[in-house]
Ligand binder design. Structure first.
Ligand code: T4K
Length: 367
């Protein structure tokens, strides 16, 4: 039996390259609380991503919770997608706000702005869309809606590290964008995340909120969490930045190979990515339609029997989870996609023979 192939495998630098950073941390004795490596990573990320201000976090979820708090959203409804990872919806409920789940456009897998507009009520305070798989939302339409109805617009950009759209970073759209640096992401710091914002004042507010709301030794101006990224995590981020372009190139090749190999299999559709100036090929989702002899779940099992661990991102929908029953709503496009989608293994060290083997299993079942 071949080695197991998981949906992803983290990129790691050579261990030897990490040691000098650890030596520096051991020497300085500054382990956390926005130390020199944290500051350096914020600076280098702003330059690499082409954004004005970034505030690092210990993970994307705490960053999302803090982003909603930073915009002063204390009560009301937040329109979001049910086709996402639980953290998106959790961040709304943690802020005692009400999630309103709106259906997606099945072509992009992102929230449908026309349906967003229909869902806006007097209680709506914000829209929280997700750039699912790093595919951009319809950012202009969503911004126009936010402007028209005076709503805050926060992007869950957990999958969108490095994407550029219409001449700039995708992370520049909206009031705030939140990214994740989790082990399973394109750019990882083991655990980590960040908020991207547009002004120095907002960055200062976010920086305070991620540090318990502390202003100075005797003043606390918010009831908030500890969301700081440590120096060790920041050091890893600095090293990862050195190879990120190579990582993205490798992902692009894998995306191309999958698309070439899968194009003639009836009933299998690769979700298309918009033409971006820069894409990150975050995931490789395929849709298994009725024309394919196996259901999505059967193909999932078949791959598993061949030691290939694809994932059903994103199934079940938020609206089908028991914990979200009180916020239930109809989202037929999201429902259908969540029952037909399968994310195939996608990571830079996946070799062409492995891709071919995965495609062979899918092809074999199509006969
Ligand atoms: N918003 C969105 C839209 C998100 O997708 C996420 C996270 C967030 C917000 C929140 O960001 P963070 O708070 O996580 O920064 C994974 C990740 O834990 C999660 O970060 C991610 N989205 C979600 C889509 O996927 P699981 O439960 O599927 O991960 P897990 O542990 O099953 O890992 C998948 C595969 O990756 C494993 O089978 C093997 C491989 N793997 C995983 C880890 C953790 C490794 O090889 N090494 C590792 O260290 O949630």
């Amino acid at each position: 039996m071949n080695e197991p192939i998981y949906v992803t495998q983290p990129v790691l630098p050579e261990l030897a390259e990490f040691i000098p950073y650890l030596e520096q941390i051991w020497k300085n004795k500054i382990l956390t609380n926005c130390g020199p490596l944290h500051q350096q990573l914020e600076k280098e990320l702003c330059e690499y991503l082409g954004v004005d201000y970034i505030s690092l976090f210990n993970n994307g979820t705490i960053a999302l919770v803090t982003a909603l708090q930073a915009l002063g959203l204390e009560q009301g409804e937040v329109i979001t997608t049910p086709y996402t990872f639980v953290a998106t919806a959790h961040s709304i409920v943690w802020n005692k706000l009400t999630p309103v789940f709106v259906d997606i456009d099945p072509e992009t897998s992102n929230i449908d702005p026309k349906k967003v507009e229909k869902a806006i009520t007097a209680k709506t305070v914000a829209i929280l869309p997700v750039h699912c798989y790093g595919i951009p939302c319809e950012v202009e339409q969503l911004q126009a809606l936010a402007n028209k109805h005076s709503l805050k617009l926060i992007y869950d950009a957990a999958h969108a590290f490095g994407c550029e759209y219409q001449g700039q970073s995708l992370l520049n759209y909206g009031d705030l964008s939140v990214i994740s640096f989790h082990a399973t992401k394109v750019f990882n710091t083991f655990e980590g995340g960040a908020i991207i914002c547009h002004t120095a004042e907002m960055k200062q507010r976010i920086d305070r909120l991620k540090n318990f709301g502390i202003v100075d030794e005797t003043t606390v101006d918010g009831i908030s969490l500890n969301g700081k990224l440590s120096e060790v995590h920041s050091a890893l981020g600095l090293l990862q930045l050195k190879t990120i372009d190579k990582t993205l190139e490798a992902r692009q090749k894998i995306d191309e190979n999958y698309r070439n190999f899968l194009q003639n299999i009836d009933g299998i559709k690769c979700i298309s990515r918009l033409h971006l100036e820069k894409d990150n090929y975050s995931y490789f989702p395929i849709v298994i339609s009725e024309r394919y002899p196996l259901s999505r779940d059967e193909l999932f099992e078949k791959l598993k029997a061949n030691n290939v661990f694809a994932r059903k991102y994103f199934y079940p929908l938020m609206t089908d989870l028991n914990v979200y029953q009180q916020f239930k709503s109809e989202a037929p496009n999201a429902k259908q996609l969540s029952e037909q989608v399968l994310c195939l293994p996608m990571y830079p060290t996946l070799i062409i023979e492995q891709i071919q083997m995965i495609v062979d299993v899918i092809q074999e079942c199509a006969k």
